[in-house]
Design a protein around this ligand. Structure first.
Ligand SMILES: Nc1ncnc2c1ncn2[C@@H]1O[C@H](COP(=O)(O)OP(=O)(O)OP(=O)(O)O)[C@@H](O)[C@H]1O
Ligand SMILES: [Mg+2]
Length: 349
């Protein structure tokens, strides 16, 4: 048990190092997200021209799309330092006071998982974001006093996978709200080619495209698949990755033609085979595949929705005809969205 824990901690660290090595450092190296990049480039140029701290930025979107990467890029483009922390790490108001009183003029202060800040810490963060002040308590007991201490103007960057959990007052304090969307195949193919050249892996365009097509719209997954296919190519093939090597390698690792992994397929199977296609509540679905509800909602569901395999309705999750097809099943007459019986409208009533 303990050894297993250590092994997985090791692997996590190796994964983190691998990711850090592949991180683009400048906005020009960051592939995709054209609108977001344009907004960001303007904000960065304006801040630089004025010689001021840039507006606070809130980055949101599913895991692995580049939020942390962008935070580092913003700091690099602004030519300032970056301090990193994350919502669950800040346990007390005093922790935040300590961090903020060390902030230097115009620098970036990155708060990952900002939706997980404790309520009283969050409230204190508001005045730092808005008025650039922190409250400190001087003295003890009945004589203790609160002083409001000015801090330098800085740029806060918040990142979250759960925009729905960000309170309105928090959201309102960020000048730039930037959403990251899933990437297209051509963009992911470019990312795979770039990573391959950084890692000295030979991959031809068709091989890169095959990996890109199965990466669930996510650069992190594209990079991980590349690494696994490289292993496969070294053991089974001649070391370089072409279309066939990519396809065979991905098959061995349980990634199917649409890029769905085992958990994706388990979700669709549960929905279609056990719950007749739905509607089925999210938590029931999560339990039936043995994953935390939050993971299903943040990681798996957005991709399945984007692929047109699953829908959210007021009554629960529903499998689309494409989901049945993908599993190689016939759409039963009783299934929601079966056009023959056509009881779909009732779902929305
Ligand atoms: N646009 C991109 N171009 C090239 N590589 C990218 C891009 N976006 C992300 N990556 C790569 O994907 C990996 C994951 O990115 P990152 O850590 O920034 O995601 P994240 O959105 O912060 O995820 P999480 O929500 O899990 O924290 C990094 O290794 C990075 O190199
Ligand atoms: Mg991150």
């Amino acid at each position: 048990m303990r050894e297993q824990g250590i092994a997985s901690a090791d692997r996590q660290e190796a994964d983190q190092q691998f990711e850090a090595a592949l991180r683009p450092r400048r906005l020009d190296d960051f592939t995709g997200q054209p609108k977001l990049k344009e907004n960001l480039a303007i904000a960065i140029a304006a801040a630089r021209r004025r010689g001021e701290a840039m507006d606070h930025v809130l980055l949101f979107g599913p895991p692995g799309l580049g939020k942390t990467t962008l935070a580092h890029i913003i700091a690099a483009e602004l030519g300032v330092d970056i301090d990193l922390t994350s919502g669950p790490v800040i346990q007390k108001k005093l922790d935040l006071t300590g961090m903020l009183s060390n902030v230097r003029d115009k620098q970036v202060f990155f708060v990952d998982e900002i939706h997980r800040l404790l309520p009283d810490v969050e409230e204190m963060f508001y005045s730092a974001l808005e008025d650039f002040r922190v409250d400190i308590i001087v003295g003890q007991g009945p004589g203790a006093r609160t002083h409001s201490l000015p801090i330098p103007r800085f740029t806060a960057i918040g990142a979250t996978t759960r925009m729905g959990m960000i309170s309105a007052p928090m959201r309102g304090r960020f000048g730039l709200l930037l959403r990251l969307n899933h990437y297209g195949v051509a963009e992911l193919q470019k990312i795979v080619a770039r990573s391959a050249s950084l890692l000295n892996i030979t991959v031809d365009p068709a091989g890169a495209e095959e990996i890109a097509r199965r990466a669930r719209g996510t650069p992190r997954i594209a990079n991980r698949l590349l690494r696994r296919v490289r292993d496969y190519a070294e053991v089974r093939g001649h070391g370089s990755i072409d279309h066939d090597t990519a396809r065979e390698g991905l098959k061995v690792f349980g990634v199917d033609a649409k890029g769905l992994d085992k958990v994706d397929r388990a979700i669709l199977q549960a929905l279609c085979e056990r719950f007749g296609g739905g509607p089925c509540g999210l938590s029931t679905l999560a339990i039936s595949v043995g994953e935390p509800t939050e993971t299903v909602e943040d990681v798996y569901e957005p991709f399945l929705i984007q692929q047109g395999l699953l829908m959210r309705t007021p009554r629960g999750r529903v499998a689309t005809p494409a989901a049945w097809q993908h599993l190689g099943l016939l759409v039963p007459p009783s299934a929601p969205f079966n056009t023959a019986t056509n009881d779909a409208p009732s779902l929305f009533s």
